[in-house]
Ligand binder design. Structure first.
Ligand SMILES: CC(C)(COP(=O)(O)OP(=O)(O)OC[C@H]1O[C@@H](n2cnc3c(N)ncnc32)[C@H](O)[C@@H]1OP(=O)(O)O)[C@@H](O)C(=O)NCCC(=O)NCCS
Length: 454
């Protein structure tokens, strides 16, 4: 990797020794272990923007750290992504030793959608690990996100242990589902009989794009997809994890000339000594019957005997309409999108609530102390944010519930029950019934889920 020194930006920020944010003022929370603010072990490191001219150097650092050596085409795609986003660097004597980017995503939240910077390319040079470089970059990024008025941010983590300390909580979960398709898929409902059609990948943004846009807010945690995202992330010819997989195949369901009622994106691989594989990457359908038709199609592809779907929603209807759960098995579960409530007030007042709320929350937030302390949350019940009204104002009233901002983030889409946090000792209920009331208000019709990994 080219590690020539680059000029740090002139607006370079504080050295790591300076703590820009004081620790959160404790209100009346019980004593609990919290992360101390970042301590410098390397005062020479400075944090700031990565100028456009240094994007290639930042990418080289990321490829080094992630053990990748992508082809020119992929590198160009990454470069294009980085041109239009927030880029934070860490510089040691002018040398780039840390890099992260925040891509400008939009995510569905209960009742609507929100801008959601998505952290990615998080890289620290192997020579500079565990001395606060990531911590400093996150602090720099949070400063920018606050200045930009971002309500939330999100990421996918390579390792579970890294991001909770910065206030990111797992807000969506994915199931890995495996189907034995050596025999016909047994179903308890009749599949939709409308025609299935294989779609040319070139037509995918035009055909699937409007469908995805129309259905985006039906489930929290879904990311809006631009045309470039469809082409460069979903329709890439070669799978980045398994080059033996076929190019992506896309099947749609619906009457010719009419709107589609569902689609599946998958790749296949044949094996000499095992059943051929269908790896399902995405499947959406308007109705259970449409979903059943797509699943049955996938299970009937010749020369394959197993379907592996790595990221399905927990409430996938398949798990109920499959007639034989020995044939359709959930083989794993994993955290998906980790969400950071950058501005708790903006985030909570930007989602809809399934039931009225009137309570005082005491939130701990060591990294963004403007969020910390007691706040009075009120909300009316509504299906969309336009129909409802929520307020979240600082108060001196005693708290009904105390919790960390990372745990509030895990609940934000309605996926993690507050009551389970109380049972796990992660939230303290001061007024009995608060967790139950908050859960009733946070609840969503469909469980949050994210399939777009970045
Ligand atoms: C993960 C990575 C970015 C961490 O950078 P870093 O500069 O070493 O992190 P910091 O020194 O700021 O660490 C902050 C805290 O997180 C902890 N931490 C960092 N990486 C961790 C990991 N992989 N697992 C567990 N804890 C980790 C540190 O021990 C430290 O804890 P402490 O405050 O209790 O001492 C870096 O190791 C890296 O580039 N790894 C390879 C690429 C990668 O996995 N990126 C993340 C993609 S989502």
């Amino acid at each position: 990797m080219d590690m020539e020194p680059v000029q740090p930006p002139t607006q370079s920020t504080q050295p790591l020794t300076q703590t820009t944010q004081p620790p959160a003022q404790s209100t009346q929370s019980p004593a609990q272990p919290t992360q101390p603010p970042a301590q410098s072990t390397q005062p020479s490191i400075r944090f700031g923007d990565i100028p456009e001219a240094a994007i290639d150097r930042a990418l080289s650092l990321a490829y080094l750290v992630f053990h990748e050596s992508p082809q020119d085409e992929k590198r160009k795609h990454h470069r294009d992504l980085l041109l239009g986003c927030v880029r934070v660097g860490a510089y040691d004597q002018g040398e780039l030793v840390g890099f992260l980017a925040a891509l400008p995503f939009t995510v569905s939240v209960p009742g609507g959608e929100l801008p959601c910077p998505g952290l990615t390319f998080v890289s620290v040079a192997p020579t500079h690990r565990r001395r606060g470089v990531l911590t400093g970059m996150i602090r720099e990024l949070f400063g920018k996100l606050v200045a930009d008025g971002a309500p939330i941010a999100a990421l996918w983590a390579s390792e579970d242990a890294i991001y909770g300390r910065f206030g990111f909580g797992p807000a969506t979960l994915g199931n890995t589902v495996e189907i034995d398709s050596r025999r016909p898929l047994a179903l308890r409902i009749a599949p939709d009989t409308r025609p299935l059609r294989l779609l040319d990948p070139a037509d995918v943004p035009d055909v699937l794009g409007p469908y995805h846009d129309r259905t985006l807010t039906e489930r929290p945690g879904r990311l809006a997809r631009t045309e470039a995202w469809w082409r460069e992330e979903w329709m890439v010819e070669e799978d980045e994890d398994d080059d033996e997989l076929s190019p992506p195949r896309v099947v749609t369901l619906g009457d010719p000339g009419g709107p589609i009622a569902g689609y599946a994106i998958y790749r296949t691989r044949t094996c000499d000594d095992a059943p051929g594989l269908v790896r399902l990457d995405d499947l959406e359908a308007d109705t259970p019957a449409a979903a059943a038709a797509l699943w049955r199609y996938l299970a009937s592809i010749d020369l394959t005997g197993v379907i592996r779907a790595w990221g399905r929603p927990q409430d996938d209807p398949l798990l109920l309409f499959a007639a034989d759960r020995d044939q359709v098995r959930v083989t794993g579960q994993f955290p998906g999108l980790r969400v950071r409530l950058v501005d708790v007030r903006a985030a909570l007042t930007a989602r809809s609530w399934a039931a009225p709320v009137d309570m005082v929350l005491d939130v701990r937030d060591d990294h963004l102390p403007a969020n910390a302390g007691r706040h009075h949350l009120t909300a009316t019940a509504a299906v969309t944010t336009a129909d409802g009204h929520a307020t979240y104002e600082r108060t001196d009233r005693p708290a009904d519930l105390t919790l960390d901002v990372r745990d509030l983030a895990a609940c934000y889409f309605g996926g993690t029950p507050v009551a389970s946090l109380v049972r796990a000792g992660l939230a303290q209920e001061h007024t009995p019934g608060t967790a139950r009331a908050l859960d009733a208000a946070l609840r969503t019709a469909l469980l949050p889920h994210t399939v777009d990994e970045f």
